[in-house]
Design a binder for this molecule. Sequence first.
Ligand SMILES: *[C@@H]1O[C@H](CO)[C@@H](O)[C@H](O)[C@H]1NC(C)=O
Ligand SMILES: *[C@@H]1O[C@H](CO)[C@@H](O)[C@H](O)[C@H]1NC(C)=O
Ligand SMILES: *[C@@H]1O[C@H](CO)[C@@H](O)[C@H](O)[C@H]1NC(C)=O
Ligand SMILES: *[C@@H]1O[C@H](CO)[C@@H](O)[C@H](O)[C@H]1NC(C)=O
Ligand SMILES: *[C@@H]1O[C@H](CO)[C@@H](O)[C@H](O)[C@H]1NC(C)=O
Ligand SMILES: *[C@@H]1O[C@H](CO)[C@@H](O)[C@H](O)[C@H]1NC(C)=O
Ligand SMILES: *[C@@H]1O[C@H](CO)[C@@H](O)[C@H](O)[C@H]1NC(C)=O
Ligand SMILES: *[C@@H]1O[C@H](CO)[C@@H](O)[C@H](O)[C@H]1NC(C)=O
Length: 346
Amino acid sequence: MQKWSFSLPTSFRDLYMRLTLLGFCFLYSSLVTGAQAECPLQLNPQRVVVRYGDSVEVNCNTSVPHKGMGWEADEGRVSKNQSQNLITWRVSNLTEWDIKPICFINPNDRRQCQVELPVTVYKTPDSVFISTVNHRGPMTEGQQYELQCDVHNVAPVQNLTVKWYKGQTLLNQTTFTNTIETPVNKTVTLLIGPDRADDGAQYWCEAELDLGAEGPQRHPTNSSKPFNVEVYYKPKHSSSTETIIQDDKVMLDCTVKANPASTYTWDHLKEKSSSPVLKSSALSPGNYTCTATNTLGRDSKVFIVKSKYTDRTTFWAIVLTGVVVAVALIAAYLIFKFRFSKNSVI
Ligand SMILES: *[C@@H]1O[C@H](CO)[C@@H](O)[C@H](O)[C@H]1NC(C)=O
Ligand SMILES: *[C@@H]1O[C@H](CO)[C@@H](O)[C@H](O)[C@H]1NC(C)=O
Ligand SMILES: *[C@@H]1O[C@H](CO)[C@@H](O)[C@H](O)[C@H]1NC(C)=O
Ligand SMILES: *[C@@H]1O[C@H](CO)[C@@H](O)[C@H](O)[C@H]1NC(C)=O
Ligand SMILES: *[C@@H]1O[C@H](CO)[C@@H](O)[C@H](O)[C@H]1NC(C)=O
Ligand SMILES: *[C@@H]1O[C@H](CO)[C@@H](O)[C@H](O)[C@H]1NC(C)=O
Ligand SMILES: *[C@@H]1O[C@H](CO)[C@@H](O)[C@H](O)[C@H]1NC(C)=O
Ligand SMILES: *[C@@H]1O[C@H](CO)[C@@H](O)[C@H](O)[C@H]1NC(C)=O
């Protein structure tokens, strides 16, 4: 109780002092940070993207009186100058990958402050090369293969995208998360399972540098040569049977796409035919099986050949039956009539 009544005014005083101190601290820190954030310098442009070896120019100006301002940089440094309000960092051949130029000023009324110029130095790759991993020659349908894209000597990798294409179709793309200013080599792979439709397809890869709003708006892009893929696949008919009505013009066509090309055999034929096409009129009705074969497999197709006279024969059979019945009826009538008249005469 005694402690409480005693401590109350103390803690009030204490609190007051603490708050005052805190206020000063806050004011001070905001002044300091505010001064740093508002260093009275302006860079124009505020950031640059430069191709390695190209020239670059950036102005730094101020509107406050000062005891000197200048540029600090590994290339193109500008020593402190009192008499100017605008100084230019200028390099005619930028060959520093991780350059960080700093414009600084010693204002009359406050401490030295500075602004760093963000510089992105880029370089398009020396080469973009496409190849297959552990494979040569034609690929086989249904198997997987690995394509590899080698991008040589490109910077910066954080702005690089490697894209894979088949013809004009984008298949996949890769970006890189590591931040490296100097040129790197990058290898990217793509797993493909080519099918028969991919026979003759062209794969290629592309290295693109997206350098942001300050960079070139046409993203520098370098492409590999197209890589032509040959795919081996077995023959496969779209339908396994086909009904054919015999006619001079109608063929039994067993032709089917395959790589390597198929050879053909027909059963139900006396002479072995290697032709994929037979004339239907040269055959008697029945089933004809053709087999297409290549190094990967075989596929058969049955042609059911029907006579085109089947229907007309039925028609003539009905007509003939009708005629026979009519003749029989007439004959029966005549015979009956003849006998009757004979009887009546007698
Ligand atoms: C720098 O110059 C530009 C244009 O001349 C001007 O608009 C800007 O206010 C100047 N910056 C400073 C910090 O004085
Ligand atoms: C400052 O700049 C002026 C005008 O360009 C120049 O005459 C003077 O020599 C420079 N001073 C220093 C210390 O570089
Ligand atoms: C730029 O500098 C590099 C290295 O110092 C040199 O090899 C190159 O020829 C220079 N390019 C130009 C255009 O001066
Ligand atoms: C694209 O490549 C990434 C690896 O870079 C892989 O994880 C992803 O599955 C691929 N996507 C397709 C559609 O192939
Ligand atoms: C990139 O590859 C080239 C040629 O293979 C080599 O000379 C160079 O040192 C490599 N660069 C890096 C950063 O590994
Ligand atoms: C590419 O570079 C620019 C300029 O340095 C940067 O602002 C941007 O974030 C980068 N883009 C990516 C995807 O890293
Ligand atoms: C890469 O592409 C750029 C333009 O995008 C071009 O200037 C450069 O010569 C190309 N490099 C190669 C090795 O083809
Ligand atoms: C021909 O094939 C069809 C359909 O596969 C079958 O119904 C028919 O019995 C076969 N005919 C002969 C003579 O084998």
